[in-house]
Design a protein around this ligand. Structure first.
Ligand code: FES
Ligand code: FE2
Length: 353
């Protein structure tokens, strides 16, 4: 079952270039996105109401969109405004327009009941051109259910193993210690200390031989991961076990990601990584981003292989461990969201992972 009453990331704002119709699918719903003359973005159902040709195969005419099968023309609000050879345009001639907001550098689309769309509920995220930070961004397509990617992000113990040569190098602490978790609206807050970490490369030059690292993130439905990793002088962890230290960190890494379900076995993973502008120069940012993308390839290989094995025997039960507290809590929350959507009559069926 999908959750329809939610904001989903349709893409990075820069992907939606003017003069083109961009086809996207979110929770099995086809969308056609385009920019109007004022630079605003519109998301319409990518299915002409006449005989269901995709509007993304149509053409833009100013701010309007013409279906290029038989020529019906639609305004940005989804109303049909022209039927060739026919004067009367029935009121039912329209396509659905989806609420859309741009926040930071992400384009968010509300997939449920438009009357319930609350832009204030969109999670905060940084713009890629925020002058206080240096960030790089990308995306990755998965052949897997989105909740398997969410599981991965809610259990960073995997860094010590899946990323033993990249993000988790020389860091057995990820697997050896359990994070602290607290509830957030539609999600969880997760935080942990990695004590006595020995940085490598330019981080070693900058920070010295040993540091304490505080990793903290919000993880919000459907898969929004807003992480801050702060490096402090050794000993800081002992005095600030449960809280953020008041002194500024020596280095402050940013990771912001969003998982968007496309269909039961397809998901898109958007990510940005970087640091405060004073912490990193463009060349080192490239290096940090390169290692990060290599690690994301490691996750993708594992998760897609995991999905294949799940599908071979979907009824087979997994063995729970103490690693799984985050994923288990989040899936319970997803079940609650599906139930509340269903209660509002908005649920649609979909295979689970
Ligand atoms: S299907 Fe769009 S005009 Fe006929
Ligand atoms: Fe990972």
């Amino acid at each position: 079952m999908w959750v329809r009453n939610a904001w989903y990331v349709a893409g990075w704002s820069h992907e939606f270039t003017a003069g083109h119709i961009h086809a996207r699918t979110i929770i099995d719903q086809p969308l056609a996105l385009y920019r109007t003359a004022d630079g605003g973005l519109v998301a319409l159902e990518d299915r002409c109401c006449h005989r269901f040709a995709p509007l993304s195969m149509g053409r833009l005419e100013g701010d309007d969109l013409r279906c290029m099968y038989h020529g019906l023309k639609f305004a940005p609000d989804g109303r049909c405004i022209e039927i060739p050879g026919q004067k009367l345009i029935p009121q039912s001639a329209c396509v659905r327009r989806y609420p859309l907001e741009v926040r930071g550098s992400w384009v968010w689309v509300w997939m449920g009941d438009a009357a319930a769309a609350d832009a204030a509920a969109i999670p905060p995220s940084l713009a890629l051109d925020d002058p206080a930070y240096r960030l790089m961004a990308g995306h990755l397509d998965y052949t897997a259910h989105y909740l398997l990617i969410d599981d991965n992000l809610l259990d960073l113990s995997h860094l010590s193993f899946a990323h033993e040569k990249t993000l988790g190098q020389d860091m057995p602490q990820w697997a050896d210690e359990r994070p602290r978790m607290s509830p957030r609206e539609r999600g969880l807050h997760v935080q942990r200390w990695i004590r006595d970490h020995h940085p490598r490369g330019f981080m070693k030059k900058k920070l010295g031989d040993t540091v304490d690292v505080r990793n903290a993130y919000d993880f919000l439905f459907p898969g929004v991961f807003l992480q801050r990793t702060s490096f402090y002088p050794v000993g800081t962890a002992a005095n600030n076990l449960d809280r953020e230290p008041t002194e500024p960190p020596l280095f402050h890494r940013i990771d912001e990601q969003a998982v968007t379900p496309i269909s039961a076995r397809a998901s898109r993973y958007f990510y940005a990584a970087g640091a405060r502008a004073e912490d990193i120069d463009p060349e080192r940012l490239q290096r940090l981003f390169g290692v990060t993308e290599t690690a994301f390839g490691e996750d993708k290989a594992l998760i897609e292989a995991q999905q294949k094995l799940i599908d071979l025997e979907p009824q087979r039960r997994m063995l729970p461990t103490s690693f799984d507290a985050g994923p288990t809590r989040f899936r319970k929350l997803v079940d609650e969201l599906v139930a509340s959507d269903g209660a509002a009559g908005a649920g649609v069926r979909s295979a689970s992972p």
